[in-house]
Write a protein that binds this ligand. Structure first.
Ligand code: WTA
Length: 660
């Protein structure tokens, strides 16, 4: 740690936004227009839900086919926004832009090998229209599900927007997930079409997709057709009558396509996210509210203007990419960067090179990436001119003040406000975040966005507002991009989010609110890990381990990790005839990668003869985690097998195979 950072940390000081930023900010202009004097007054005034969101609709220039009759209908736990409005998000993201900003670049895309493609709004819109026509020809209708397993190439947003355009529901599966994870998601959504690629480039290697998908397609009877984009010339098996090359199906296809006029509350997409059981949850978002939510936060928080170059470094396979690479920036008519590959390939300054080359002005990334670059040292960013940057952001996990300050100093050159944005797949849009006018405290996501009402409750449901005491983060009023449910899992929707407190959205995060009303997010309360900013259910990894023929039981817990935030640690009981060894450890690690994806691979595996359990047979992860971290496991007298605690402890301490 450098000395300046150490001293800044000690000060615990507040960082005031640069005057220039405040003066020219979109939010300041909005306030001036409405005679609002200061931040507090803005938050107060925005409590008038109807007024505020109606104003946001105007701010981001939403165009309805026919205007809504009512802003919202809240029948907890179900919400509808912009009732009666006829709408399609593809209109604002594309049709409108193709007229207003025909020759403006929508995406500057860079492939990992260095190939570059620039797509103007006119071109993007044409490509989407053509692909939408292909989907129609293949029999895709409104409400049908289309699964998309594509890497970070322009065809990914093209495929998503083509679905939106014709009213089909897209379900994007992160390209780093395994084919088994893809299968689960196809089956749950009963997708009619799969869109994928032959492969993609990552860290100098070619990662295959289509050939891997082949191994599960036999188990996915709903999939009638597969469209394959040729990205890297991998020799690919194509099944007659089922598989089609993207470039071939596009031949002779017309460039125009009517946009389907939908209800504002029709479903736009499903995006699966990890929960506390092994089965991922299919989070549902709808066209109208989502459009207003993502565009208004991007405009007000990240202050996007016509000439900005915006780069959100997330993968589109996660919600951050859906909201802030695809829909938000397009609705605002922005120019975005999209990058295919690994952040440190071919050298650890690849990202800084991209920022310099394209003059990126606003940059949004994850704390885990910042920590990784911090370890690599400031020489890499210092080799580049990053002076185009005027605003920075982070998302995905709490940012430790040390990483915050490094980002502030070495990337932002102490002149960029940092937006620490808290939100979730379920919230669709950023909910707690600074605005350009908000004084910052490193490590705090500051305050709820105007119009958002968040609080921290104790277990009885009492508010801990400004009490500086840890509790459960809740959202007390619906917001436009709120999830509309879980795909075909209404009970799970109610029990996960709405059963802790009546009519109050339960986020699953722990937090405290300090005396100034600043929110400090402390991490997840449920059995969900946050590895490099990605949610992975403990039980998901456990089920993957137990699906291996040699494993009988497993407990998976998180351990603090310098770069990833959390590392995955697994305690594994093997079947009685099996002799555990190093080879099996490797095999299990690879097995998890195959079942879920590389991001879920355990960092450490310990073989034990037994795991602590309750009398009803439930494995006590909490106890495993406590002893692994050298903490007091609490009262263990109620366990069915208290002696197992010692076994786990010894295994974690010595790394030896511990058989009771
Ligand atoms: C965590 C990502 C602290 C949190 C958009 C949340 C954060 C989960 C922050 C959602 C932040 C996200 N500070 N924690 N700024 N942003 N989180 O669904 O635990 O992938 O519940 O959405 O990430 O992760 P998800």
């Amino acid at each position: 740690m450098t000395e300046t950072i150490a001293s800044l940390l000690q000060e615990g000081r507040t960082f005031y936004p640069p005057e220039e930023l405040v003066k020219n900010s979109n939010v300041k202009k909005f306030m001036e227009k409405h005679g609002i004097e200061n931040y507090e007054e803005l938050l107060e005034k925005a409590k008038d839900t109807e007024w505020f969101w109606n104003e946001m609709v105007k701010e981001v220039g939403i165009e309805w086919y026919s205007p809504p009759k009512k802003v919202l209908e809240w029948e907890p736990p179900f919400v509808k926004w912009f009732i009666g409005g006829k709408y399609n998000i593809a209109h604002d993201a594309l049709d409108k832009q193709a007229k207003l900003r025909k020759n403006k670049v929508a995406y500057i895309w860079e492939g990992e090998p260095g190939d570059v493609r620039k797509l103007t709004y006119g071109e993007l819109s044409r490509e989407v229209n053509r692909f939408a026509n292909v989907l129609k020809e293949m029999g895709v209708k409104k409400g049908d599900r289309v699964t998309i397993w594509l890497p970070m190439i322009p065809e990914l947003p093209i495929a998503m927007l083509a679905c939106a355009k014709i009213g089909a529901i897209h379900s994007v599966v992160f390209s780093g997930f395994s084919e088994k994870a893809l299968l689960d998601r196809i089956l749950d959504a009963e997708a009619k079409i799969l869109i994928t690629a032959d492969g993609f480039y990552r860290a100098g290697k070619t990662i295959e997709l289509k050939n891997r998908a082949d191994s599960i397609l036999g188990s996915a009877p709903s999939v009638e057709k597969v469209i394959v984009y040729e990205r890297c010339g991998v020799s690919t098996n194509m099944e007659d009558g089922r598989d089609y090359w993207w470039h071939e199906v596009l031949k002779g296809i017309p460039h125009s396509c009517e946009t389907e006029q939908l209800d504002a509350n029709d479903i736009l997409f499903i995006l699966y996210t990890s929960g506390t059981t092994g089965k991922p949850k299919g989070v549902i978002h709808a066209h109208g509210g989502y459009a207003v939510g993502v565009a208004s936060t991007l405009k007000m928080i990240f202050d996007l203007k016509e000439d900005d170059i915006w780069w959100c470094s997330a993968d589109i396979g996660w919600i951050t990419g859906h909201s802030y690479i695809v829909y938000g920036p397009l609705i605002l008519g922005a120019t975005s960067i999209m990058y295919e590959g690994a952040p440190t390939y071919p050298a650890p300054d690849r990202w800084w090179d991209i920022i310099e080359k394209y003059g990126v002005t606003v940059f949004y990334t994850a704390p885990t990436a910042i920590r990784m670059f911090m370890r690599l040292g400031e020489d890499y960013p210092q080799k580049h001119d990053l002076s185009s940057l005027r605003l920075l952001g982070t998302v995905g996990e709490p940012i430790n003040p040390e990483a915050w300050l490094w980002y502030y100093k070495y990337i932002g050159n102490e002149k960029c406000q940092i937006m620490d944005t808290w939100w979730q797949t379920e919230t669709g849009m950023q909910l707690i975040s600074p605005l350009p006018i908000t004084p910052l405290k490193p490590g705090s996501a500051t305050k709820p966005f105007p119009g958002i009402e968040a609080d921290v409750f104790d277990s009885e449901g009492n508010s801990l507002y400004k009490k500086n005491a840890g509790g459960f983060l809740v959202i007390t009023k619906p917001w436009p991009a709120m999830l509309r449910g879980l795909w075909r899992a209404e009970e799970r929707y109610i029990s996960t989010y709405w059963s802790t407190y009546k009519d109050i959205y339960f986020t699953g995060d722990a937090a405290r609110i300090d005396e100034d009303g600043y929110f400090w997010i402390q991490g997840r309360l449920d059995d969900v890990l946050n590895v490099s900013g990605h949610r992975i259910g403990n039980s998901e990894v456990e089920s993957a381990l137990v699906s291996h023929p040699m494993v009988s039981e497993a407990a998976v817990v998180g351990k603090p990790h310098e770069v990833k935030g959390e590392a995955i640690v697994a305690f594994v009981v093997v079947k009685s005839h099996v002799k555990p060894d190093e080879k099996l450890k490797k095999e299990l690690t690879e097995h998890v990668a195959k079942e879920i994806g590389k991001i879920a691979r355990p960092d450490e595996i310990y073989f034990v003869s037994d795991l602590p359990k309750t009398r009803s047979g439930k494995i006590m992860r909490r106890v495993c985690r406590a002893v692994m971290l050298g903490k007091d496991p609490g009262d263990i007298s109620t366990l069915a097998n208290p002696e197992a605690v010692e076994v786990v402890k010894k295994a974690a301490e010595t790394g030896e195979i511990c058989y009771g």
